[in-house]
Ligand binder design. Structure first.
Ligand SMILES: Nc1ncnc2c1ncn2[C@@H]1O[C@H](COP(=O)(O)OP(=O)(O)OP(=O)(O)O)[C@@H](O)[C@H]1O
Ligand SMILES: [Mg+2]
Length: 236
């Protein structure tokens, strides 16, 4: 049984038919990437999985449980966390307060403190800025914080929406390395990226989405060698 099974999902914004039958499965322990151009439906797919949009048609199962019956605010407790596009940190709260918010459904104080410590080990930059309000962090630091905050809920599945967006190359490398490290530590990852080459490099499998439909799927290495993918997403 797959950890996450999305089947034939159709999602709308009013009359706009954004997802037209999306099916994606993610197995325990994998990094799976979802690539595609602007407006293809990547964010909508993650928003639908995380319960922020209710699909008109389709099913979503997580560990065999019907996710469409679970309210979005209960997802962290179920083991799913999302780092949204644009990061969504609480600008007026400090780094440390943001991390505490990520653990809102937990009540194991000692465990929370330990996990905050581990966030600072994963990203020392955050430790140095623990009392700084998040709105004044750089884009890269906000990405680190958004990822760390998501990890505070101890997810089994982490949904990442374009973590490399707007970052300098050296920070992009750091974020991709960290995604791999988080995966090695046991978290399954569904990664949305426009940086298709790097995403396919760290993923085991990938899906390509175009105008709300999955048009290609399979082994990440094979997708990298696919002429259609090369032409459209890897610069030929
Ligand atoms: N709130 C909204 N209201 C109406 N239409 C929307 C809304 N959000 C997204 N859309 C439309 O749904 C489609 C899919 O958008 P989505 O944000 O999922 O794309 P994306 O693949 O994440 O693109 P990008 O790479 O630019 O982030 C687009 O045509 C977009 O215009
Ligand atoms: Mg998007």
């Amino acid at each position: 049984m797959a950890l996450l099974e999305v089947q034939d999902v159709h999602s709308y914004y009013g009359s706009i038919h954004a997802l037209k039958g999306v099916s994606i499965s993610v197995d325990q322990g994998e990094i799976v990437c979802l690539i595609g151009g602007n407006g293809a439906g990547k964010t909508t797919t993650l928003r639908t999985i995380s319960g922020l949009i209710s699909p008109h048609v389709g099913t979503i199962f997580f560990e065999g449980e019907d996710l469409l019956a679970v309210p979005a605010h209960d997802l962290p407790a179920k083991g799913i966390a999302m780092v949204p596009e644009g990061r969504g940190v609480f600008a007026k709260l400090t780094v440390e307060e943001n991390l505490e918010m990520g653990a809102f459904h937990r009540n194991d104080k000692a465990g929370i403190l330990q996990d905050i410590k581990e966030s600072y080990e994963l990203f020392p930059r955050l430790g140095e800025r623990r009392k700084q309000v998040a709105g004044t962090l750089s884009g890269g630091e906000q990405q680190m914080l958004a990822m760390s905050r998501a990890l505070m809920s101890k997810p089994r599945l982490l949904l990442l929406d374009e973590p490399s967006m707007g970052l300098a190359p050296v920070l992009v490398d750091l974020i991709f390395d960290t995604v791999q490290e988080i995966n090695r530590q046991g978290t399954t990852i569904l990664l949305v990226e426009q940086n298709a080459l790097m995403a396919l490099d760290i993923a085991q499998r990938g899906y390509v989405i175009e105008t709300g439909r999955i048009v290609l799927a399979g082994n990440a290495q094979k997708l990298k060698d696919d002429p259609q993918v090369k032409e459209a997403y890897l610069g030929g």
